[in-house]
Design a protein around this ligand. Structure first.
Ligand code: PLP
Length: 378
C-alpha cells in the first residue's frame, strides 16, 4: 500500500481481484495442492468425492456430481432431462452464452422467454406462450447471484410435466424462501470458473440433484458413458472434475460464507450511497431472497458514458451482457429480431457491474460510489 494517501486514492480499482483472495488463503491452497501431489491420484478420487458431498450438503440436496465446467454441467443436466435433437428448451435471453450453447450442443432449439426487468431473471408469466408440444425442459438462470422467482416457475413446470434446470453458475449459496439455489429445481448446475463466488484455479463445475437415479446417470455420462470400466452403454465424453481443482475448491468452500457476507456488506454500502439518487437503479432484493452478489449491477441510462468515465478514473466495471442471446450471430438462423424481448434488450443497454469482491476496501468502495453518483448528478 502506498504511503501517500493521494497516490492511493488514484490507484486502479479492479472489477474483481483474485490476487487479494490468494494473498489471504495462498498457504491453504498450496497445502491442498501438495496433498493431491503426494497422493498422485488426479482423476475421480477422494477430493472430488468429498467436494461432491460438501457442495450437495451446502445446497441442501442429496447428490453432487463434479464435472469439468459449468458448461459441461448444463449439457449433461439437459441430457439427463432427455433433451436431444429437435427438442425445444425455454431459457432467458439475458444470460451468458453458455446457457444457450449447452442447448444447441445437444441439437435442441433454444426458445427464449423475456426477463423481469427488476430481477433480470426469467419471468414466469412468459412461459406459457413459449411452450409447445416440443418443449422438453426449462432452464432458469439465477443471474448475478439472485435466485429466480421459482414458485410460479415450478408450478407451471409441474403442470406441464417439464423438468426445470437451474443455471446457478453465478449463484451458489443464494437463498429463496429459506432454501438455497441448487435445491429449487429438478437439477442444478454450478460453474467454478475462477471469478465465480466459489472459483477454482482453472475450469470446474458441479451438478446437484435430489434424484439418486439422475445422479447415477450423470456419473456415467461424465465418464464416456461407461457403466463399468471400458464398457459404455451410451455416448458420453470426458466431463470429469479433477482432483487438484476439487482440493482447491474444498479449501475455498470453507471460506465461502465469510466471503458472501463481505459481498453483502459491500452491496448494502453501495446501495446506501445510491438509494436517494434518481437515475441509478441499484439491485433490488425482494423479501424472502438472499442475494449473494456475484455481481453488483446498477442500471443507468447513459451506461457507456459512465463506463468510460469510470475507466478514466481507473475504476474497473463490466457489462454482463451487452448482446442478449436472441440477437447473437450464433442464433441468427432462429429468426429473432430487435424488439422481441424488450426487457432483456433494455437491460443489455443499461446494466453496469461495479467492482465487487470480498476484499474490496471501504475507501475503494466510496471512491466508486462517489464517481457513479457524480456522473449521474451531472
Ligand atoms: C450464467 C452462466 N452459465 C453458464 C456459465 C458457464 O460456466 P463455465 O464457464 O464454467 O463453463 C457461466 C459462467 O461462465 C455463467 O455465468
Amino acid at each position: 500500500m502506498s504511503a501517500n494517501p493521494l497516490a492511493a486514492s488514484y490507484s486502479p480499482i479492479p472489477q474483481f481481484d483474485l490476487a487479494a483472495q490468494f494473498a489471504v488463503i495462498g498457504g491453504e491452497i498450496r497445502d491442498a495442492v501438495e496433498r493431491v501431489l503426494a497422493s498422485q491420484q488426479f482423476i475421480l478420487g477422494r477430493e472430488g468425492a468429498a467436494l461432491e458431498e460438501e457442495v450437495a450438503r451446502f445446497c441442501g440436496v442429496a447428490h453432487g456430481v463434479g464435472v469439468g465446467s459449468g458448461t459441461d454441467a448444463l449439457v449433461l443436466a439437459l441430457r439427463s432431462c432427455g433433451v436431444g435433437v429437435g427438442d425445444e428448451v425455454i431459457l432467458p435471453p439475458f444470460t451468458f452464452v453458455a446457457t444457450g450453447s449447452a442447448v444447441s450442443a445437444l441439437g435442441a432449439k433454444p426458445v427464449f422467454a423475456d426477463i423481469n426487468p427488476t430481477s433480470y431473471n426469467i419471468d414466469a408469466a412468459q412461459l406459457a406462450r413459449r411452450t409447445t408440444p416440443r418443449t422438453r425442459a426449462i432452464v432458469v438462470v439465477h443471474l448475478y447471484g439472485l435466485a429466480a422467482d421459482m414458485d410460479p416457475i415450478m408450478a407451471f413446470a409441474r403442470g406441464r410435466n417439464l423438468p426445470v434446470v437451474e443455471d446457478a453458475a453465478q449463484a451458489i449459496g443464494a437463498g429463496y424462501k429459506g432454501r438455497r439455489t441448487g435445491s429449487l429445481g429438478d437439477v442444478a448446475c454450478f460453474s467454478f470458473y475462477p471469478t465465480k463466488n466459489l472459483g477454482a484455479c482453472g475450469d470446474a463445475g458441479m451438478i446437484v440433484t435430489n434424484s439418486a437415479q439422475r445422479a447415477e446417470r450423470l456419473r456415467i455420462l461424465r465418464n464416456h458413458g461407461q457403466t463399468e470400466k471400458y464398457v459404455s452403454s451410451e455416448p458420453g465424453w470426458n466431463g470429469r472434475l479433477d482432483e487438484m481443482q476439487a482440493a482447491i475448491l474444498r479449501v475455498k468452500l470453507r471460506h465461502l460464507a465469510e466471503w458472501q457476507r463481505a459481498r453483502q456488506a459491500h452491496a448494502a454500502e453501495y446501495t446506501r450511497h445510491f438509494a436517494q439518487i434518481p437515475g441509478i437503479m441499484p439491485p433490488l432484493v425482494p423479501e424472502g431472497y438472499e442475494h449473494v452478489f456475484h455481481q453488483y449491477t446498477v442500471r443507468v441510462e447513459e451506461r457507456d458514458k459512465l463506463q468510460r468515465l469510470l475507466s478514466e478514473k481507473k475504476i474497473g466495471s463490466a457489462v454482463y451482457y451487452p448482446v442478449p442471446l436472441h440477437l447473437q450471430p450464433l442464433y441468427a438462423a432462429l429468426g429473432y429480431k430487435e424488439g422481441d424481448f424488450p426487457h432483456a434488450e433494455h437491460a443489455a443497454q443499461e446494466v453496469l457491474s461495479l467492482p465487487m469482491f470480498p476484499e474490496l476496501r471501504p475507501a475503494q468502495l466510496t471512491r466508486v460510489a462517489e464517481a457513479v453518483t457524480e456522473f449521474v448528478r451531472h
